[in-house]
Design a protein around this ligand. Sequence first.
Ligand code: AMP
Length: 435
Amino acid sequence: MAQIIQGTEDLYGADMRAWQRMTDIARELFGSYGFDPIETPAIEQVDTFVHGIGESTDVVRKEMFRVFSGALLPEVMERGSEAHLKPRQRMALRPEGTAGVVRSAVENNFVPQGGAPAKLWYAEAMFRGERPQKGRLRQFHQVGLEWLGAPDPAADAECIIVLMEYFKRLGFDPSQLRLVINSMGDASCRPAYRDSVRQFILDHADEMCEDCLERAELNPLRAFDCKNAHCREVMEAAPKIDGALCDDCRAHYAQVKRYLDEAGIAYEEDPTLVRGLDYYTRTVFEVEVTGAKVGAIGGGGRYDGLMELEGGKPTPGIGFAVGFERIHLALKELGIDLAGEAPGCVYVACMPSERSAAFSATLALRQAGVRTEADYQGRSLKAQFKQANRLGARLCVVLGTDEVAAGVATVRDMVSHDQVQVPLTELASFVAERV
Ligand code: AMP
């Protein structure tokens, strides 16, 4: 029997309803902040991710699913390398949303010189070749937004405000959430800070794991996130970014915090919050659920250099992404139901001889916007009533021989069992008014 791939999920029933709620709430909320929806392809050139996310990140080095067309694969396998391929032939499934949106913004000139910022949101599947575990899948879903062309610290604060409002509308109480923020500096102050952390790791090389020694060269700040508790202990004494920010970054960060205070958003500062991707500059943030063990449910930050890395003009940007699967897990652990009830329906039951009258009635009800079900298996009236109950029908329209001959239908309330006869010509409006 064919089986689903580990770390991927089928979505249906209550899960699908929860997914739709998460998307609907995002559409309404992000729309009210002036964001328009965008959908970019699930496959992009590898370079889009390498330039944007960074060659040294785990996501690019280990977690991208590479895609080769069936025609190219044998050639790549035979040569044992893809070095001969053109950039456009080297493809990957997107591991995150920002790089693709920024690539599109560059290609389509969403932020023309002197033009207004571009504000975009997406809800899409992402793919990462991770070891599957609770809250960590290989295909997962994110809703996120990207705000391109806005250097003002108010944009950073508003991004965080809309993120926290999103969580509130999903059903979280603000007291259940922990928002952590930091500034990662920019191109003028981060390189020196990065070097100081690299030097610290090398000075403590005998106490750090192999991965951290590799990080010292590639991505030293990631050592703060090492899975190894001893490394994290050693890193407690490492230099922290707050002491290394340049004046501009310090002023920007202070203004972001003032805006958050003004908006009444509670946050904690963590100078070791670095996030996994290379493109972040200045403000970064992450949100955890205090009462649920699911990891971070969302995070983001400013990425003022990314448009240039993707081949565009220097353009500031900021955004965040939120993982549906983790939100869903967290809400379940907190006993909050996002899915709600399955939608009810109206059931059209008929004697087998009245099938064509049932067909017309069903059609008329659906055209009047009523969610309508009927029998398609030639079952007895009794079996049809049972099915109506199973489907949670609120009303049942019954078409027997006598009714059809008299040009009426019996409409039965499935809860009170009251029933009335209604002329077939008025059936659709009668039912539509009652559901
Ligand atoms: P990141 O881009 O890694 O910061 O991810 C943003 C959000 O996406 C996280 O806070 C999670 O909610 C979610 N997420 C990231 N990776 C995974 C994964 N492998 N499986 C499920 N959700 C994920």
